[in-house]
Design a protein around this ligand. Structure first.
Ligand SMILES: C[S@@+](CC[C@H](N)C(=O)[O-])C[C@H]1O[C@@H](n2cnc3c(N)ncnc32)[C@H](O)[C@@H]1O
Length: 293
């Protein structure tokens, strides 16, 4: 069972939520729009793009072609810099994005095509990861901000592990259950399950006896518009934060959520909240006695 890494009082909010009707889910279109607004309000994205493009290529240096499967790639904004870095120097890259939301999948295809590297062969699979069969073993399977949503976390990780060839990498970038994500945990459910967070991912990897290297990227999300104008210019970021349509909140619940957000904001008056991301890297073991070529 995951517990929140904070001692901040959530009790008042919990009381309000327990008496309120469930909030309407975000449509696929609303999700994509609010995700863009959310990422634009945070400095986590450029840090993550830099990290992926800097740290992963050296870990995959021995592979040509290098085969990548990105799960839940959205519009490809974190995949494009990684694909470009892998293809630098003419190395052949086979890069597949799995994405259930068709317009986002089209965005992914466009971004990777725009890199214009002859050695890069992108492909996109529109659908749920659970239904995806990579065929050829991959050198890297990654989940960037996508494991929250899978129905069965253990099954998704097992599925990914069967796709990675021995010696290849499984990478999961997932937010920890910090004060920001506590809102989503309280207010949102997808297909009847609460979102999975980094602690859940770590537990599942540890259960499988895998050697996990973990890093945390610390970004900050600007919620000043949410606090000042939650039903207007702050609404998109507010919706994504909560994972549901905040316009349907009762006034009392909205007030409690905003009071909680004010409590977790930095004390410097900047209107920012910590926005950390845990990245876990697993090198899939080679069978005993095999060489590391
Ligand atoms: C927060 S977005 C992250 C997108 C992208 N990785 C990024 O960081 O910009 C999560 C993505 O996961 C996708 N997703 C949700 N459930 C999925 C599933 N079961 N299989 C594959 N992708 C899924 C969503 O459609 C969405 O594009």
């Amino acid at each position: 069972m995951t517990t929140l890494r904070t001692s901040l009082p959530l009790d008042r909010l919990r009381d309000e939520v327990s008496g309120a009707p469930p909030l309407p889910a975000l449509s696929g279109e609303r999700y994509a729009l609010t995700h863009d607004a959310y990422e634009a309000a945070s400095d986590q994205r450029p840090r993550l793009q830099d990290w992926l493009a800097r740290e992963l290529p050296p870990l995959l240096a021995e592979h040509d072609p290098v085969r990548v499967v990105g799960v839940g790639v959205g519009d490809g904004s974190v995949d494009a810099p990684l694909a470009a870095a892998l293809a630098a120097g003419g190395r052949r890259v086979r890069y597949t994005g799995v994405e259930p939301h068709p317009p986002s999948a089209v965005g992914f295809a466009g971004r990777l095509a725009a890199i214009g590297a002859d050695a890069l062969t992108p492909s996109v699979v529109i659908g749920d990861f659970a239904d995806h069969d990579a065929g050829h073993p991959a050198d890297l399977v990654h989940f960037v901000h996508s494991l929250y949503y899978v129905n069965d976390l253990g099954a998704a990780l097992d599925h990914a592990l069967t796709m990675v060839r021995p010696g290849g990498l499984l990478v999961a970038a997932t937010a920890p259950l910090e004060p920001l994500c506590a809102l989503m945990e309280l207010l949102c459910s997808w297909d009847g399950h609460r979102p999975w967070f980094a602690e859940d991912v770590r537990d599942e990897l540890d259960l499988r006896g895998l050697d996990v290297h973990a890093e945390t990227l610390v970004g900050h999300l600007d919620i000043s518009d949410v606090l000042a104008d939650p039903c207007g210019r702050g609404e998109a970021v507010f919706d994504f934060l909560v994972g549901a349509r905040t316009a349907a909140m009762t006034t009392v619940l909205r007030r409690a959520v905003l009071a909680y957000l004010s409590e977790v904001a930095l004390p410097d008056g900047s209107g920012k909240v910590p926005h950390p991301l845990d990245i876990m890297i697993v090198r899939v073991p080679r069978p005993a006695g095999t060489a590391s070529s």
